[in-house]
Structure formats: structure tokens, C-alpha cells
Design a binder for this molecule. Sequence first.
Ligand code: DC
Length: 224
Amino acid sequence: MKKIPNQIAMDGTAASGKTTVGKIIAGKLGYLFFDTGIMYRVAAYGANQKLHDVSDEAKVGEVVTAMDISLENDEASGTTNVLLDGQNITGLLHIPEVDKIVSTVAAIPAVRTAMTAQQRRIGLQGHVVMVGRDIGTVVMPDAELKIYLVASPETRAKRRYLENLSKHIESETYEMILADIIKRDKDDSERTVAPLKPADDAVIIQTDDITAEEVAQKILDLME
Ligand code: DC
């Protein structure tokens, strides 16, 4: 008989496939898929809009804590829109400007405190696949299943480059994306609060040479 975990925590580096794989698993199980990276992206986008510079930790913390962030289901397209102070910013969260500053904003303790509290509330409702960098270690340390996805920086840069092309984002070359991914890995792993790392009890899956469907199947097999 299958034992389906109530909470599934999925962490990994930038563009390791967490979102694609997490969505497949959540869809198969009928669970909520929750991408915590989006929250840090909203924080980064909003702080940059308001301050034009995210180097002052105290100011960024203040601005982010006061933000009015809400989610709205778009019934027609079946997607979820992110609203910041009432403005739909869904299409602006993966632009290169946000990619460049999001790790800096995500390393600010006040920002993490605000985001982690909201993520824990969602996690406690159960039947959730939550993806990020610190889900198995900090946000849902009691999750019954913890996954950590890894792939080489080159594989991940290629994936992000092709994804950008499919969205008609052509402002960044493969080399620029690769450099950004390497920098973000370093920043995310070396920060003091909730650094990127696998939980001691996480299952580590290499995703370089397998498709997202195959990764998802491996994870579903773990529930046997
Ligand atoms: O997964 P992503 O690339 O959309 O994440 C964007 C940034 O947010 C990434 O640089 C690290 C940060 N992040 C984090 O620190 N903790 C999380 N739980 C999720 C994302």
C-alpha cells in the first residue's frame, strides 16, 4: 500500500528543476504546489521599485514587511497571479533585473522572518509540495519526504536560457545566465540565515541527464 506524505519539501539550486518537478508531483497527488522562490522574487521586485537600491538591509526589511502581497486565481488560464499592492506583477518576477538582486534580498534576516512565517502557515495545512532552498531544513523540518535536486551549473544555465527563449526574453546570453547561476548558488549557500543545503534526511537526486517526468517518477516511487 502506498503511504503518501502529507508534506513534501523540495529544495535545490537555481534552475535545478524544482518547479517543473514539483508541479508534476502536486498535480498527480492533487496537492497544492507552492513555490517559495516567488515570495522572495516579489520582495526583491517591490523593494527595488520603492528604493531603487537594495543595499540598505534595514530599509529593505521595513519595505518588505509592509508589503501587501496577495494571490489571485485566474480561472480562464488556470494560473495564479501575484498582486503587489493591488498591481499584477506575475510577468515581472523572472526578469533579469530581479534575478540579479533576489539573492541579496533573500539573505536579509527580516525578509526571511516575514516569508518563513507565511510559508509555515501554508505548510501546516498539509497536502502540499513546497519548493525552495530551506524548506526541508527550516520551513518544514518535519516533512515526511524531503528531496534535494542537483544538476551542474552548465545544465541549469542551458535550461534557463531555453526557457527564456521560449518566453521571448532574449536580453541575456547563455554565458551571462551561467555567471548569474554560479553567483546565486554561492550567495544562497554562504548566507548566514537559512543557507541552501540539503537536510540530513533529504533524498538527493541528480537531474542532469534525466527529464523532469523521470525525476518526478523517481520521487513517486519513493512513496512506495
Ligand atoms: O527558486 P528561485 O530561483 O525562484 O528563487 C529565487 C531566489 O530566492 C533564490 O536566489 C534564493 C531565494 N530563495 C530562498 O532564499 N529561499 C527559498 N525558500 C526560496 C528561494
